[in-house]
Design a protein around this ligand. Structure first.
Ligand code: LLP
Length: 414
């Protein structure tokens, strides 16, 4: 459930009309709902009940400082994949002892940064990384807490670009190497084994892939126990899907119940790394129609947002609902909703039934995760503003970029 809905014939973000916000802050505009993102975080947290756990929000989904700060205030942890994300978490007031660090390519500098901050755990993705982390920790005379990210070779049934738990994917340590990698980790002087980690993909809409991965990890955990390697936590990654169209992903309650049943009384604490499930439906992208244009084969609604603002449709062929901010009466027509960027792949939606006129506002739903976070300046388009709605208040949480900012840091030759 989210807090974007129609009232008196116009779309509201919590208690505020989206049309007023578009007038006040301009378009294109990312609009987030505080009540929605908090609700989603609590849904996850409550689902796990009193079983020891940590919700580590995946910063990559939406890294705005205000978003991170609101989650930090709830007591959230964070899943990071770069030194930049760690810096953001700290800047937003996040607790470093609740941070887990994922990613296949951590640099020595990033390791130092994370060890200095005192993070909860490194999710180590290869034996080479383990060796490097040991050296870096030794230089700093500290011990690095680690989980090994295991690739369980499970098909997540999701888009190939966001599937991460198959043998052919670059992520994690292959299951066949897992035991040896743990033995090696146990011998390293500046490594402390804390847990095991996996993340099989994103936008999963059913439980079986999660449970298949869990089963494989539990078998590994039991094997490790027999060798005297005891784990404190199991990090199940992120990946729980959301409704973009008519998908019916499991509710966090169902997901957590299934996992807890699967644990069969084991005393492992659980770490979750949800990104999309918290932020996707807590945000919309508001865009204005610049022109309606009749092609020979189809009609186009040319809007002021483009693939540089919301890349998912172009990159993954992702489908996101596009709705009028203030619906009109009249006959629907079929439109491709396209942006001003000079690429055929620049579209927000294809073949959408809409009743619209030039100048109307549209909202692209489910845009709170992997929306602004993946925005670029392609075609020298300034990145758009972000606003957080909180009841009847709207807060500008990121200013629209100015033209001068476009070439900040660039230099002419003498
Ligand atoms: N943990 C790790 C290690 C991850 O790689 C990811 C996402 C997450 C957690 C969070 O997954 P989530 O709960 O959001 O599904 N840009 C793509 C999604 C890429 C996800 C990458 N990893 C998209 O727009 O669909």
């Amino acid at each position: 459930m989210d807090h974007f809905g129609y009232q008196h014939g116009t779309l509201m973000a919590e208690a505020l009309p989206v049309a007023d916000l578009a007038d006040r802050f301009g378009t294109p505009l990312y609009l987030y709902s505080r009540a929605t993102l908090e609700r989603h975080w609590h849904a996850f947290d409550r689902a796990v009940g009193d079983h020891p756990h940590l919700i580590c929000y995946a910063v990559k989904a939406n890294a705005n400082l205000a978003v991170l700060n609101l989650l930090a205030r709830l007591g959230s942890g964070f899943d990071i994949v770069s030194g930049g994300e760690l810096a953001r978490v700290l800047q937003a007031g996040g607790d470093p002892t609740k941070v887990v660090f994922s990613g296949v390519g951590k640099s020595a500098d990033e390791m130092r940064q994370a060890l200095t901050a005192g993070i909860h755990c490194f999710n180590v993705e290869s034996e080479a990384e383990l060796e490097r982390l040991n050296l870096v920790a030794r230089e700093m005379s500290v011990v690095a807490p680690v989980s090994l990210r295991i690739n369980p070779d499970v098909d997540a049934n999701t888009h190939p670009y966001i599937s991460t738990g198959l043998k052919e994917n670059k992520f994690g340590i292959p299951m066949a190497r897992a035991l040896d990698s743990y033995r090696r980790a146990a011998r390293l002087s500046h490594i402390e084994i804390k847990g095991v980690d996996c993340h099989i993909g994103s936008q999963l809409t059913s439980l079986p892939p999660f449970l298949a991965a869990l089963e494989r990890l539990l078998a590994l955990i039991d094997q490790l126990e027999r060798e005297g390697i005891h784990l404190e936590h199991l990090d199940v990654g992120g990946g729980l899907g959301v409704t973009y169209d008519d998908e019916t992903p499991p509710h966090p309650d169902q997901y957590a119940r299934a996992l807890l049943q699967g644990l069969k009384g084991r005393r492992l604490s659980l770490i979750f790394e949800p990104g999309r499930a918290i932020m996707a439906n807590a945000g919309i992208l508001v865009t204005r129609i610049e022109y309606l244009k009749q092609g020979e084969e189809r009609d186009f609604a040319v809007v002021d947002a483009a693939m540089n603002d919301l890349l998912r449709p172009s990159l993954y062929g992702a489908w996101q609902k596009i709705i009028p901010v203030t619906p009109r009466a009249g006959r629907e027509r079929l439109y491709d909703v396209v942006g001003p960027v000079c690429e055929t792949g620049d579209f927000l939606g294809k073949e959408r039934q809409l009743r619209v006129k030039g100048g109307d506002l549209l909202a692209v739903r489910s845009a709170g995760a992997y929306g602004f976070a993946m925005a670029s300046n392609y075609n020298s388009r300034p990145r758009v503003a972000e606003v957080m709605v909180d009841g009847s208040q709207a807060h500008l949480i990121r200013e629209r970029e100015t033209l001068n900012q476009l070439w900040q840091g660039e230099h002419l030759l003498p």
